[in-house]
Design a protein around this ligand. Structure first.
Ligand code: PLP
Length: 406
């Protein structure tokens, strides 16, 4: 069923056909302008809209509540995720916050122990303030399933693949359990995007996105989205968005729409390039371990093959030689910018222990498997030969550095 990649290392999952994803993404809002017939949809920056008479608004009245450009992005993302609709927010964290508005005092939120750091911080702070409980658990363990049955959480939060080790959680199994015990299942789909994973099709209730990452894909917008299947849930989330004023700006929505048109094309290049990077890193003398779900030795490989239709842009690697080896490796890279974030057209490299996960103390980092030698690479869409050459010379330099030290 599965095809081996040319290098005989990684395995490619089956790309689902016929979901209309590519066409839908490319044609988002194209030729819908009724005023002048512009091919690309216009951007509506207006904060307010004229009423026909006192108490008689048109379709729009005020842009915090609703805006045509933002609505177009909501339709596009909801379509890609196979949802009923979406709420577009000013950041990924605003989208996460909206989802937590479904929690009341005394409710339980079951969240992964290795969820995005910003989610960890928000869940803790809000649980203390609002009075809901939060448990951070390893969702791969059978005892966590037992805990969920006993404690009956209101929300089961899933983030897969996880950051930075790309651990994989079974969405279908957890969504089914959520349904049985009356919980709402929420999947943070930021790391793969709908081009590679469709949580609502696997039974989840809500999908959350940081559109800052793959959906916009050009590292020039911070934004978020929540997609729902159930219209009542969607209405509640939309009500909170208007109440709190966390909606995304029209210009950001316009740019994100522009990014979404190339989502499928970018996805294929990200993935092909990431495969070559995995191949380059695997087996090198200074590489202790490569973390990538395409590798049959990766603990989440089988589940990933079942629920993903691709691997996305991330590769993590543990280098021998600890922090100094990391410095030697990173300092001479030409095409990998040392920066946080991911999913843009440009390649990035992050040192989780001192950057994205610096807020975790050493014990928490160790428990999460984040060591001094760990690096996370977001593979861009540059010429893969340039990326490979760059990595090879950095590996060689690191090898020389370690050799000299011995
Ligand atoms: C970046 C990120 C977020 C937060 O999104 P922002 O747009 O930075 O607010 C949430 N979840 C995941 C998995 C992310 O990578």
């Amino acid at each position: 069923m599965s095809a081996r990649s040319s290098n005989g290392i990684g395995v490619k999952p089956i790309r689902r056909k016929g979901t209309g994803t590519i066409t839908r993404a490319v044609r988002t809002g194209i030729a819908t302008d009724t005023a002048y017939g512009s091919v690309v949809p216009p951007i509506y920056l207006s904060a307010n809209y004229a009423f026909a008479a006192p108490g008689v608004p048109g379709r729009y009245d005020y842009s915090r509540t609703a805006n045509p450009t933002r609505d177009q992005l909501a339709d596009a993302i909801a379509g890609l995720e196979h949802g009923t609709g979406a709420v577009i927010t000013a950041s990924g964290m605003a989208a996460v916050m909206l989802a937590t508005k479904l929690l009341s005092r005394g409710d339980l939120l079951l969240a992964p122990h290795d969820c995005y750091g910003g989610c960890h911080r928000l869940f803790l702070a809000e649980s203390e303030r609002v009075g809901f409980d939060v448990e951070f658990v390893d969702q791969r363990l059978p005892e966590t399933v037992q805990l969920a049955r006993e404690r009956r959480p209101r929300i089961i939060w899933i983030e897969t693949p996880s950051n930075p080790l790309l651990r994989v959680t079974d969405i279908e199994a957890w969504a089914k359990l959520a349904r049985e015990i009356g919980a709402v299942s929420v999947v943070d789909n930021t790391f793969l995007s709908p081009a590679n994973q469709l949580p609502l099709e696997l039974g989840a209730d809500l999908v959350v996105h940081s559109t800052t990452k793959l959906l916009n894909g050009h590292s020039d917008v911070v934004g978020g989205a929540v997609v729902a299947r159930d219209p009542a849930l969607l209405e509640t989330l939309g009500w909170w968005s208007n109440c709190l004023g966390v909606a995304g700006a029209p210009f950001d929505a316009y740019l994100t729409l522009r990014g979404i048109r190339t989502l499928e094309a970018r996805t294929r290049i990200h993935e092909a390039n990431a495969f070559r990077v995995v191949e380059t890193l695997c087996g090198h003398s200074v590489v202790e371990r490569v973390h990538h779900p395409s590798l049959p030795g990766h603990p989440g490989h089988e589940i990933a093959m079942k629920q993903q239709s691709g691997w996305g842009s991330l590769v993590s690697v543990d280098l021998e030689g600890g922090r100094q080896a990391v410095d030697a490796f990173v300092s001479g890279l030409r095409y990998f910018t040392l920066a946080e974030s991911l999913g843009g057209v440009e390649s990035l490299i992050t040192h989780p222990a001192t950057m994205t996960h610096a807020s975790m103390d050493e014990a928490a980092q160790r428990a999460a498997g984040i060591g001094e030698g760990l690096l996370r690479l977001s593979i861009g869409i540059e010429d893969v030969e340039d990326l490979v050459t760059d990595l090879e010379q950095a590996l060689k330099r690191t090898e020389e550095f370690i050799y000299q030290r011995l």
